[in-house]
Design a protein around this ligand. Structure first.
Ligand code: SF4
Length: 895
């Protein structure tokens, strides 16, 4: 980015004080560009500094020159101030009423700064009897006392120091990029002006001569339009293009994608930034959000106690020893770790785990880390923790074995400086435990904005506040709807509103925010020759109006220019595919032996042939889910086992009817407790509580089901959960029906227990010809066709415990309807029970034959892919892109 900076080569030129670090950087670059343009090869570096940095430097110089240097206070760093505020709020009498003391500490620090900027004395808070005012007053007084004890001063107090000491700078100063100045700063400037030490920068910028207003359909369309516009400006040779996005921090990723698609369509891919894009997205992210920093914090978190998620992430990170060379083994170890379902992990557990899973490098690394950990004891000072953390990182091999790229190098340096900040907390934080020290470091990383240096580009994307003082050749300001310009009032949370209004804090009044917005608009008009102002016309269903301040300019809004529509990334990738010979390869080798998938074999073959072959023959399974609650699989196992126990004892409907309620509940509860203990392993307090809740739920549902079963026509249980083999269409599989009931007048009812409420008998009939969605019970029915009278789901879902099934007309009980009467059938569905059985035999035999033959077509039933984990394996999305592109090409050719 370049700027026109009206500075000369005069050695007595003023020190320029900027509103932001970014503006200072931009002005220095601009100065260098001007010097080069004048043919200079060497020039004097101008002094351009952010206001806060300069004031702190002047204070430190004054302190060094003071006769009695020892009497002058030191300046607290940001981390030191933060640590003080944290302790003050956490130890105060208000802490118990706070939901989030850490956040309250942040708010208190911000209010403290505001009090100084707007010259509000702490005593002024005394006359307000609100909880916020009382808390703020108490915290501020405590902060003053602690600073006095430490012989330290906070950065927020430096303007007060300068005023009280009648400080006047030795050289002339000038300010740049301040839309408005708080009173504490203004009174200093006034004094320096009188003393002849303040000069105005020559405001040579003129108002924009070409202003347009654009209404885009929505925020996404606005972003696409401005990225395309920026590309056109660069192509036309415009050197300094600016884009101002108000909510840049939240929309950073979206903005990056829009500019990449506009400047390098088709080049975007995972883990790679397209090269040669002349765009700088000027939005710093918290340091903790960088993967290298996340890995560093993970190493430390595992030094106390971490979750299974942390352990899994450590196994997957490349930023520890062996993270790259051992990644395949660690991926398998991660898979097994999910199956382990252990909640708490640390480096000692990881060492054991690494030895069990063959991850030798990890095992050696964990051993080294554990050796370091054994040397730690009790609490320590922050500087000692900084050294210990460094030792842990060294032992873990952080930052990994591969060569770091430029961004990672800069991040590494930043982490080192942050560790030094932690080390500087000795005086303010005292001795602390490992979790406390780690929490401090995590807070510092979370609150340190970090933006790696990048090569400057022709286009700068920036937020409204940081853009103050910058000049562009062409500028687009987005998001100017009536809700955001002017912004809603945003008073300080802790300072009483009356005090804020009296002190003139602009965010506290409607007039204040209106004035700020008007000044901002005037600044944009003066900071470029060509200005585009835009707003999104819609946000979801809400219609947004153009800001009245922009409307007042009297420029007729227009729509974004219809530019060449960019094809989507997937279409670019598809268009760039190598032209290969196409081979239709949807046939796996025929099956040579009995399948092992049970009834699921036929079900998957029906849902999607590719999925059946991939899951059952290639074992392409999803990674197990690791959750804190009860997994559906465990819940199902408990319910099945309890029902098996209960019916194993009862055996007949008659005994159920005769059973005493209390004895029945005792039987159910004992079984639920025994099976929950086996499935849920309640070895921690959390899991004991979870198991207790689960037992109650199982007891409730099973007793409710037994109530329903009591009302049935008499029956007896033939067997429950017994395995049986069945052959169909050349396929021999093992079936395991949940229950078979012998009916009193002969024949059998086949039952399947289901935990979800979504199961309906309708799924037993074809969705597309020859392919039902859930053929499991029909398959059981075919295995018992001679005696089959009915099939039913027994649904055990929260709020629904009931039978859902079809019969051949035999009276069985509520929820089982005679087929096809009482059942909604479609044209082409089997006409009666006999036809239904015949249809199932035909379709399921065909499906079995196709599975045996190796049919592996990517051919899912409708909505099937949304529940499947194999889309990257079957590449169904490429198939749909190919179909779209081909359909479009066919359409073009038709024309
Ligand atoms: S994602 Fe769809 S097409 Fe691919 S295997 Fe799964 S169900 Fe079949």
């Amino acid at each position: 980015m370049q700027l026109t900076l009206p500075l000369s080569q005069d050695t007595r030129e003023p020190v320029v004080l900027t509103a932001s670090r970014r503006l200072a950087h931009a002005m220095r670059l601009s100065y260098a560009a001007n010097a080069q343009a004048r043919g200079l090869s060497v020039w004097r570096t101008p002094q351009i500094l952010p206001w806060s940095t300069w004031l702190k430097r002047e204070y430190l110089e004054a302190r060094a020159l003071a006769r009695d240097g020892a009497s002058v206070k030191r300046v607290l760093s940001g981390a030191q101030s933060r640590a003080l505020w944290d302790d003050i709020v956490a130890e105060s009498r208000f802490a118990r009423e706070l939901l989030n003391p850490s956040n309250a500490a942040r708010l208190a620090a911000r209010s403290w700064r505001r009090l100084h900027e707007y010259l509000i004395p702490i005593e002024a808070l005394e006359s307000f009897d609100t909880p916020e005012a009382r808390a703020l007053e108490s915290w501020c007084r405590d902060f003053v006392a602690r600073c006095r004890a430490l012989r330290a001063i906070d950065e927020a107090e430096l303007t007060t120091w300068a005023h009280e000491q009648a400080f006047v700078p030795a050289n002339e100063v000038a300010c740049a990029g301040f839309d408005s100045m708080p009173p504490s700063m203004r009174r200093l400037i006034d004094r320096w002006r009188v003393a002849g030490r303040y000069v105005e920068l020559d405001a040579n910028a003129k108002s924009a001569s070409d202003v347009s207003v654009i209404g885009a359909e929505d925020a996404a369309a606005e972003l696409t339009a401005l990225a395309a516009w920026a590309r056109e400006q660069v192509a036309a040779g415009v050197e300094r293009v600016g884009v101002i996005l108000g909510d840049l921090q939240q929309r950073r990723d979206e903005a990056v994608r829009a500019f990449e698609d506009a400047f390098a369509p088709g080049e975007r891919s995972v883990g790679r930034t397209p090269t040669g894009i002349p765009v700088v997205i000027a939005a710093a992210s918290p340091l903790a959000s960088y993967p290298l920093v996340d890995a560093a914090l993970l190493v430390l978190r595992l030094a106390s106690t971490a979750s299974h998620e942390d352990a899994g992430r450590l196994l997957r990170t490349p930023f520890v020893a062996g993270g790259t060379s051992e990644r395949s083994l660690r991926a398998l170890a991660d898979l097994r770790l999910r199956e382990e379902q252990r909640e708490r992990w640390d480096w000692f557990e990881l060492e054991r785990w690494a030895s069990m899973t063959g991850c030798d490098v990890l095992q050696r690394t964990a051993r080294k880390v554990n050796e370091v950990l054994r040397t730690f004891s009790g609490t320590a000072l922050a500087s000692e923790w900084a050294e210990r953390f460094q030792a842990l990182w060294l032992a873990s091999g952080w930052p990994g074995e591969r060569t770091l790229n430029s961004l990672e190098h800069q991040t590494l340096e930043k982490v080192r400086s942050v560790l030094a900040e932690l080390g500087s907390l000795d005086g303010v934080a005292g001795r602390m435990s490992l979790p406390r020290a780690l929490a401090r470091l995590r807070d510092i990383c979370a609150e340190t904005p970090f933006e790696p240096e990048s090569v400057s580009g022709a286009v700068t994307v920036i937020d409204a506040a940081t853009s103050a003082g910058m000049q562009f050749d062409a500028l687009w300001v987005a998001g100017l709807d009536a809700d955001r310009l002017p912004a809603p009032i945003n008073p300080d949370t802790l300072i009483p509103i009356e005090l804020q209004r009296r002190a003139g804090i602009p965010e506290s009044t409607a007039e204040g925010v209106l004035d700020q917005a008007a000044a901002q608009l005037q600044r944009w008009l003066r900071s470029t020759k060509r200005l585009v102002l835009s707003w999104p016309k819609r946000a979801g269903d809400a219609v947004l109006q153009l800001s009245p301040l922009v409307a007042r300019l009297g420029i007729e809004p227009r729509s974004p220019q219809a530019r060449h529509a960019h094809a989507s990334l997937s279409e670019h990738l598809f268009a760039a595919r190598p032209q290969l010979e196409e081979v239709q390869d949807d046939q796996a080798p025929p099956l040579a032996r009995a399948a092992s998938g049970g009834a699921r074999t036929i079900e998957l073959q029906s849902r999607c042939a590719f999925r059946a072959q991939a899951e059952l023959r290639l074992h392409a399974r999803p990674l197990p889910r690791v959750g804190l609650g009860v997994e559906p699989l465990d819940r199902g196992a408990i319910l099945h086992r309890v029902l098996e126990d209960v019916w194993g004892r009862l055996q007949t409907h008659a005994r159920l009817v005769d059973a005493d309620d209390e004895a029945l509940e005792r039987l159910v509860r004992e079984s639920a407790e025994r099976n929950a203990a086996r499935a849920l392993r309640p070895d921690t307090r959390h899991r004991v509580r979870l198991a207790a809740l689960e037992i109650e739920s199982v007891v409730r549902q099973v007793l409710r089901l037994l109530e329903v079963e009591r009302a049935r026509v008499p029956f007896s249980i033939r067997f429950a959960e017994a395995a049986e083999t069945f052959s169909l269409g050349g396929l021999t599989i093992t079936l395991r029906p949940d229950r078979i009931d012998e009916l009193s007048d002969g024949g059998a009812l086949l039952i399947d227990y289901k935990l979800g409420d979504s199961h309906r008998p309708r799924d037993w009939i074809d969705v597309v010809p020859g392919r039902p969605r859930r053929p499991q019970l029909p398959l059981y029915g075919l295995a018992h066709a001679e005696r089959l009278r009915a099939l039913a789901y027994v649904v055990l879902a929260p709020g629904a415990v009931e039978y859902r099934g079809w019969s051949d007309g035999t009276e069985i009980g509520a929820g089982i309807s005679p087929y096809p009467y009482g059942v909604r059938t479609d044209l082409g569905d089997p006409a009666d029970w006999t036809a239904l059985l015949h249809h199932w035999r035909f379709t399921l035999t065909k499906l079995a034959e196709r599975y045996v033959a190796g049919d592996a077509r990517v051919d899912p039933l409708p909505q099937e892919c949304s529940l499947c984990h194999l889309s990257t394996f079957c590449r169904i999305h490429e198939l749909s892109t190919a179909r779209n592109v081909r359909a479009r090409e066919a359409g073009v050719n038709d024309e």
